[in-house]
Design a protein around this ligand. Structure first.
Ligand SMILES: C[S@@+](CC[C@H](N)C(=O)[O-])C[C@H]1O[C@@H](n2cnc3c(N)ncnc32)[C@H](O)[C@@H]1O
Length: 395
């Protein structure tokens, strides 16, 4: 088959698909089209063709536009530009509708669960929300983001989705070519910057300890360790997790993939001093931060280790409720089966990838747990990313 890279042709754009693009068809092949919206007629330029049933392209000309199309606020959110955003050309309401469609479709196709999904807006709008960023440095020493599916660095003078004090704090300066920059703006409006060369991180600005506020507590954590990037996300997620976990006083709850212990704090308020909360986290600094942040709560025990190992090896008290918040690839069969085997009444699953959530929901269903409630939050406006919270109950 001939390589289509560089070819241009007109297509009718079909539905949105997971990953920040829409599906079109041409000559019997699927084309994943970025910078387009469903129902539009566009000229697509093929950017990547590795053979097989599909290739990838960008909408480089819009012949018939969707009613919700808008001008991207960032001049770099265009074909060939910065790969950081996917939906700057859609209104906020349309972005949430697209993401709701994707979550519903993943659950339907991968888990056989048919539910409508409404994506909820977080406060603060579409711009200026991102408080954590990782940038690359180009051969001339300029900070930027990678182009879509490329190692090419697109230098940026600033970033409209970033909170002031993050990307603007590193743009306009010269850095070590090939390095990476980690930037965090914490709740005290302190900027922490590290330059990462190979395996070594050099602190450039800030103390390296971020202070955050969520779930009615103040948190101190390693500045570039995991924390939600949207300033309202930690609080909103903690609230939903608390409502659905509803752990009883004196009970036992697990917080798996605990980070610095955000949900463990919520659960320990519920079980009280007579109860038990187990927090499991694999990264040494995060587990230490969790132990330090929750030192006033003797009911919390922090285990440093991989969830799959801790659940297999340790003799753990049986949970009434399990909260899990795994990384993008999901928890996987081994962990889901181990949770089900421990027989909690409820499982609250926080997910940053709807496909991984849907796969794990399938395994939970095979193990006797059904999805009963789902909420989805637009915690990453302008990008295709989305945060879901699912409640599963044994049946
Ligand atoms: C999405 S974050 C959630 C953190 C926390 N729940 C929060 O909301 O701040 C996932 C966490 O899981 C940790 N992690 C990743 N793989 C793990 C594993 N196999 N076992 C234990 N922890 C893991 C990461 O270090 C990270 O802190």
């Amino acid at each position: 088959m001939t390589d289509w890279t560089g070819r241009r042709f007109e297509v009718e754009v079909g539905p949105v698909a997971h990953g920040g693009h829409c599906v079109a068809r041409a000559e019997g092949r699927v084309v994943f089209v970025r910078h387009a919206l469903p129902g539009e007629r566009v000229v697509v330029a093929v950017t990547e063709d590795r053979g097989g049933s599909f290739c990838r392209g960008d909408a480089v000309e819009v012949l018939a536009a969707h009613a919700a199309r808008v001008d991207p606020p960032c001049p770099l959110a265009v074909p060939g530009g910065c790969g950081g955003c996917d939906w700057q050309h859609a209104s906020g309401a349309e972005q949430r509708a697209l993401k709701g469609f994707v979550v519903a479709e993943q659950l339907r196709r991968l888990a056989g669960v048919d539910i409508p999904v409404e994506v909820e807006e977080l406060p603060g709008g579409l711009l200026g929300w991102r408080t954590r960023a990782r940038l690359a440095v180009d051969p001339e020493g300029r900070a930027g983001f990678h182009a879509h599916r490329s190692h090419r660095v697109v230098p940026v003078p600033d970033c409209p989705i970033a909170a002031p004090g993050t990307v603007d704090a590193v743009a306009g300066r010269r850095w070590t070519p090939g390095a990476e920059l980690e930037v965090t703006l914490d709740a005290l409006a302190h900027t922490h910057i590290s330059e990462v060369r190979g395996r070594k991180a050099h602190r450039v600005a800030g103390t390296g300890v971020a202070v955050e506020r969520a779930a009615r507590r103040e948190w101190r954590l390693s500045a570039h360790g995991f924390w939600q990037v949207h300033p309202d996300a930690a609080d909103v997620l903690a609230e939903v997790v608390g409502q659905w976990a509803a752990a009883a006083p004196g009970g036992c709850a697990w917080d798996l993939y605990a980070g610095v212990g955000l949900f463990a704090a919520v659960l320990s308020d519920q079980v009280g001093p007579q109860g038990t909360v187990l927090a499991v986290e694999s990264v040494r600094s995060a587990a230490q931060d969790a132990a330090d942040n929750l030192a006033d709560l003797p009911q919390v025990r922090v285990f440093r280790g991989r969830v799959e190992h801790v659940l297999a090896a340790a003799d753990l008290p049986a949970p009434d409720v399990v909260v899990l918040d795994p990384p993008r690839k999901g928890a996987g069969r081994e962990v889901v089966e181990a949770i089900a085997k421990s027989s909690p009444a409820r499982v609250v699953y926080v997910a940053c990838d709807p496909a991984a959530l849907a796969r794990d929901v399938t395994t939970f269903a095979e193990s006797g747990y059904q999805l009963t409630h789902l909420r989805a939050f637009d915690a990453f406006p302008m990008t295709h990313h989305i945060e879901c919270v699912a409640l599963l109950a044994s049946h």
